[in-house]
Structure formats: C-alpha cells, structure tokens
Design a protein around this ligand. Structure first.
Ligand code: HH2
Length: 276
C-alpha cells in the first residue's frame, strides 16, 4: 500500500513516524513555538534528522481551554516555516481544520492536510479535493474548548468507525482518490480514558479496513492518567503506546519524541521481518 502525499508516494511497508512541530503558544506538551520561526525551523530539522518520515506542523493548540487562533494568525505562523521546510524534500503535513488555511498551505507546498475535525467544516472538502495532498480524517466529539467536559457514546468504537467511514465516503465522492486518505480515531478528542482504551483495543480491526490508520497518543493525558506522570515525563509510556499501535497495524505514528520512537520501531521491525 502507498499513501499519495503531495510530492511523495509513501510506501506503507513499515510504520511511518510523523514528527510533531507545534507553532502554538499553549500546546499541552509545552513544546509550542508560536511565531518563533527560527526555533521552529531548528525543531523541524531536528525532528527530520532524528528519523521522522514526515513532519506535522500545527499552529492552533487543541488543548481544552487553549486560545482559538484566527486563520490570518495561523497562516502568519505556518507560511514562513513551510517556506523553509518544503524545499528540504521531507513530506510536510499541516494540522488545521480551517478551509482557508488548507487552501493557502496547499498552494505553499504542503503535502498533507491533517484535519482534527475530519473535513466537516463547510468548504474543507472543496479546499483539498483537487490537490494531490494526503488527507488525514480524524474523529473528534464536540469542540476542542469543551470536548473533555462530558464525552458520551453508546458504543465508542462503532460511532467513531461510522464517522470515519462516512467522511471517507464524502471525500471519495468529491473526487479524492482512495490512496490519499488515512483515518485517525482521535485519541483524547472528546473521549474519556475508557473510551480511549476501547478504541485502542479496537485498533487491529480498524487497521484491517480499507485505509491506513494514523495514531496520535504521544504524551497525551490518557498516559498521564494511567501512569500518574506529568506531561514532561511520559516518554516511556508514549513509546510503548506507539509500539502497541504499530503492533496493531497503525501505518503512521504521530509523535513528539521521534528518535526514541524510531529506536523502538527498529527493534520491532527486526523481530517481525522474516529472515532476520
Ligand atoms: N493530536 C493532537 C493534534 N493533532 N492530529 C491527529 N491526526 N491525531 C492526533 O491524535 C492529534 C492531532 C494533539 O497533540 P499536540 O499537537 O501535541 O497538542 P496541541 O493540540 O495542544 O498542540
């Protein structure tokens, strides 16, 4: 299987590592760089050199209570970084749910659009349909500001699966070719710890379906709830979670700690590759 991702066709023969670059002022993980382009470029370079297969740049934090950023401010943060990073020849994803931001970053050379709202905002599908960008469709219940207040599902696995299938169908109906899509259950986005664990347990089933699956659990509060550790001290749990997601069949792992994740995956692949 290959993921069409802008200028790239990414073979999915092993799990890919997506390195996070946060141009936010208030990310939960504390790594946000807001408008500090120089440090953001250095961080992007470090993520790439640590072995990231693709970079994911975001300029609005989704942490409950984080400030909503205007499209203009989002672009003022994103475009200088894109201008620096696109020529490196690394696939660049942009984490945004705003159609006007999508259109502008696609024009600026972004290879993938990662939408936490799953392309549900009016105009989002039209903004990306005619490009060659990879598209990550993520599930979220509610809005970032209030999503963790009281998330409820009858059956979280069925409901998340149905949403992803429906948005996938909408994108295909708009002319998007299937090899541009990947799906993400959206860990921590309007989900309790039990919802997250149910979804994690169901990953093998989701990963057996038609589209590659992206998993983002790096440093998230579900890991804090389980280990009792603060956000800066969740490396071991994050790497373990990434490895378990890979084992379950995830195609892309969205992580803050690229080098550690790569090491773990290298070991996992060596054990799982026949003939080694
Ligand atoms: N998680 C975050 C942001 N974007 N995109 C996808 N596809 N999947 C995820 O799980 C996901 C995501 C939240 O993490 P982070 O970017 O580190 O934090 P913040 O939103 O506070 O900047």
């Amino acid at each position: 299987m290959v993921l069409q991702c802008g200028r790239f066709q990414l073979p999915l023969t092993r799990p890919l590592v997506m390195g996070i670059v946060n141009l936010t002022a208030d990310s939960f993980s504390g790594d946000g760089l807001a408008r500090d382009t120089e440090r953001a470029v250095a961080h992007a370079r470090a993520q790439w050199e640590a072995g990231a297969d693709l970079l994911d740049i975001g300029a609005e934090s989704t942490r409950p209570g984080a400030a909503v950023v205007s499209a203009r401010e989002e672009l003022d943060r994103l475009l200088p970084l894109l201008e620096a990073v696109v020529p490196w020849g690394v696939p660049v994803s942009v984490d945004t749910y705003k159609p006007e931001v999508m259109a502008a970053v696609v024009a600026a050379g972004a290879d993938m659009i990662n939408d936490i709202a799953g392309f549900t905002h009016p105009g989002a599908i039209a903004a990306v349909a005619e490009s060659q960008c990879g598209l990550c469709v993520m599930h979220m219940q509610g809005q970032p500001g209030s999503m963790q207040a009281d998330p409820r599902y009858q059956n979280v696995v069925a409901e998340v699966g149905a949403f992803l299938a429906e948005q996938g169908s909408r994108l295909l109906a708009a002319g998007v070719s299937p090899n541009r899509l990947c799906l993400d259950p959206g860990f921590g986005f309007g989900k309790t710890l039990d919802h997250n664990l149910d979804l994690f347990r169901s990953l093998p089933e989701l990963c057996r379906q038609d589209f590659p699956v992206l998993v983002g659990v790096s440093r998230k509060s579900m890991l804090g709830a389980l280990t009792g550790r603060p956000v800066g001290d969740r490396l071991a749990a994050s790497v373990a979670a990434a490895l378990l997601a890979a084992q379950a069949g995830a195609a892309i792992l969205r992580v803050h700690d690229v080098a550690a994740t790569r090491d773990a995956l290298t070991l996992w692949q060596a054990i799982h590759t026949q003939g080694n």
